[in-house]
Design a protein around this ligand. Structure first.
Ligand code: 0WD
Ligand code: CA
Length: 420
């Protein structure tokens, strides 16, 4: 590794400097700082990766102008029914029914007798999104011979949320598998060992508290625009309505899907995704310390998740330790960044978005081979840099044959010379 290269190249001002392979300009040389030196040292080839093959997560590199993030456009949706079957329609979409400000909902009700829990040991990877793509490829097909879908990245919204919050995450790392097929990069999460251990060792109390969020949705959502919530029914977490949105972050064209809890019931409401509402539950806040933690940790996750697909409204049910909702409050996604500015040294949306953008650039630079059987596994642990390993025909391969076959067919059609 060339120290001079790192000195000149790692500075917080120059865009992408912490991942690019460009030679440094002598002008930048003096901009070297201590933080950057640490970054360079950490990136030494202890894992046989040269620094250009790692990506720093330090906030200082990402605290620059907010990147271009185009207004997300809903290009479709799909539903997953009570048996987790895919439907290319909105049958699972629900309608918001505003609760009282202090409703006294009992979130524990039905946990033992009216709850069907999705088996979260079953890894569905991107399969539902891939089904949506095949059912709607007429909406996507571009004339670009290199990239017939005309999209750079396909993934779940939840994976992007994890990327956005990475510069502020101190507990949980992540593993993201990436394969390139016909010019498009597919990103699918792999469960970390820690996440698997945590999942398998959840306490009964934790299991029950995970139910509370779904129960709150049941108290506030109806199946029809004119209907009322049925709090006596079964909560089945297999059921989901997912929006599919297209947008652009810097130069990266994205297609992702995210689960949507409900929409405004009024027919005058704006078009999707602006009519969508995210439902949340959270422990009630008594002390300044609790409020500060809520702003620092919870609002970061809530903001990132809803900002990505353009969901403008978050309805929060604050509950006591016995699962009674004691207060309901609405947050506008666009106002969250203002709300947290009173916190000292708090998170910044621009850091989240720039990190995500640079990670996607890093992926494009790294994943050169277009082969659905080849997985580049990007790995991150708190306080470390992002690194990667490659795996051919392994347990990590995630693009199914039924999808590869169809897309490869499209690719050939697009590349075929025009018929005489
Ligand atoms: O198998 C997997 N590892 C994954 C499954 C990874 C990513 C997503 N999914 C599935 C989810 O089960 C869900 O059907 O995809 C769908 C949602 O994807 P998303 O919107 O990208 O995920 P995210 O933003 O993390 O979560 C949105 C909602 C959650 O709402 P809250 O308010 O809790 O953030 O999707 C639900 C949940 O309601 N959800 C899940 N439901 C059951 N089991 C799960 C899960 N493991 N994860 C998210
Ligand atoms: Ca929710």
């Amino acid at each position: 590794m060339d120290r001079h290269y790192n000195k000149g190249n790692f500075n917080s001002r120059s865009h992408q400097s912490h991942l690019s392979q460009e030679r440094p300009s002598s002008k930048r040389h003096h901009e070297y700082d201590r933080g950057n030196e640490m970054h360079a040292r950490r990136a030494r080839p202890s894992e046989c990766l040269s620094p250009s093959q790692t990506l720093s997560v330090s906030r200082q590199f990402y605290d620059r102008d907010f990147p271009v993030y185009k207004q997300p456009v809903e290009i479709g949706y799909f539903s997953l029914d009570s048996k987790r079957n895919f439907w290319n329609d909105a049958r699972q979409l629900r309608y918001y029914v505003e609760p009282e400000r202090c409703p006294n909902f009992n979130l524990r009700d039905g946990y033992h007798d009216r709850f069907v829990k999705r088996d979260d040991g079953i890894k569905e990877k991107l399969d539902h999104i891939l089904k949506w793509i095949l059912a709607n490829k007429h909406k996507l097909q571009s004339r670009d011979a290199i990239c017939p879908l005309g999209i750079d990245f396909v993934t779940w919204r939840g994976h992007l949320t994890k990327l956005l919050t990475t510069p502020y995450e101190t507990q949980d790392g992540w593993l993201l598998a990436v394969s390139r097929l016909a010019g498009t990069f597919y990103i699918s999460e792999v469960e970390t060992e820690k996440a698997r251990r945590d999942r398998e060792n959840r306490t009964e109390r934790h299991e029950e508290m995970m139910y509370w969020g779904y129960k709150f949705e049941q108290y506030t959502c109806a199946d029809d625009a004119q209907g009322s919530p049925d709090s006596g029914g079964v909560v089945n977490t297999n059921e989901a309505f997912c929006t599919v949105v297209q947008t652009r972050l810097s130069e990266h064209k994205l297609l992702f899907s995210g689960e949507v809890d409900c929409r405004e019931a009024s027919s005058c409401a704006p078009a999707a995704p602006a009519c969508y509402i995210e439902m949340k539950t959270s422990a009630e806040i008594h002390t300044p310390k609790q409020r500060s933690n809520f702003h620092r940790y919870k609002l970061l996750k809530w903001w990132a998740q809803s900002f990505l697909p353009g969901v403008p409204k978050i309805v929060a049910g604050f509950r006591d330790s016995d699962g009674q909702v004691v207060q309901v409050e609405t947050f506008k996604t666009s106002q969250i960044s203002q709300l947290i500015k009173t916190e000292y040294n708090c998170w910044k949306p621009t850091v989240c978005m720039n990190f995500c953008s640079d990670f996607l650039s890093f992926v494009k630079k790294t994943v050169k081979e277009d082969d659905p059987k080849l997985v580049y596994l990007f790995s991150w642990e708190p306080h470390k840099d992002v690194t990667f390993t490659t795996h051919r025909d392994s347990e990590y391969t995630f693009l199914p044959n039924w999808f590869v076959k169809e897309i490869t067919g499209l690719h050939r059609e697009t590349n075929a010379p025009p018929r005489a």
